[in-house]
Ligand binder design. Sequence first.
Ligand SMILES: Nc1ncnc2c1ncn2[C@@H]1O[C@H](COP(=O)(O)OP(=O)(O)OP(=O)(O)O)[C@@H](O)[C@H]1O
Ligand SMILES: [Mg+2]
Length: 226
Amino acid sequence: MKHIYTGKTKDVYELEGGNYLLQFKDDVTGVDGVFDPGANTVGLSIEGAGRAGLKLTKYFFEVLKEKGIPTHYVDADIEKATMTVKPAEVFGKGLEVICRYRAVGSFLRRYGLYAEEGQALDAFVEVTLKDDEREDPPISEDALDMLGVLTKDEYKVLKELTKQIGNVVKEELAKKDIELYDIKFEFGRTGLDKQIVLIDEISGGNMRAYKDGKYIEPLVLEKLFL
Ligand SMILES: Nc1ncnc2c1ncn2[C@@H]1O[C@H](COP(=O)(O)OP(=O)(O)OP(=O)(O)O)[C@@H](O)[C@H]1O
Ligand SMILES: [Mg+2]
């Protein structure tokens, strides 16, 4: 197998036959040794973090598969902390798509003049560029089209899939009385027909989940939910 990419929390390999293998690491993002899922740097290493992220990811990708929602998922090996996926081409140099149910985090920082903390949002979708140097700036549909990152037709599919998948995760968490405030996804194009599918992971580090009004840390989420 061929190593092709070292990410902050995962390493990516190409398998014989063309699939990719994602190796989940125990490194988590944060600043100065303090865990922060939104940070753009590796802050610390927590034993078991990789496996915990993969367990949640496997769970949600299998639910999505049952519902016929297209993803890159092939299978997962919890022991080895690896996931086999279909290779995808990302949009431009990579996008993050956020679905928001309550006003917190960067939404509140940007729109605090008009929004109150915790205010309900109706599966509000926004896109940011994966650009660590520029702190992942938000980008509009028009700008994405104009800059050749994705077409308007692709944007429609992306937005629809984001709401659909966000709602699946929200409903799953609600079964355990956990409320989803926001969640971040990545998408890519796969196969000859360039079908848009969900890629990467769905773990505690990609969402804000609350129970009884209190934020649940990613590693606690895995224990509480699974
Ligand atoms: N099916 C797939 N095909 C191609 N690339 C994928 C696929 N699934 C995930 N990836 C990419 O693999 C990488 C996973 O590594 P990781 O999550 O550690 O990266 P990251 O720290 O989030 O960000 P960066 O990409 O800036 O390193 C990401 O760049 C992600 O976009
Ligand atoms: Mg990542």
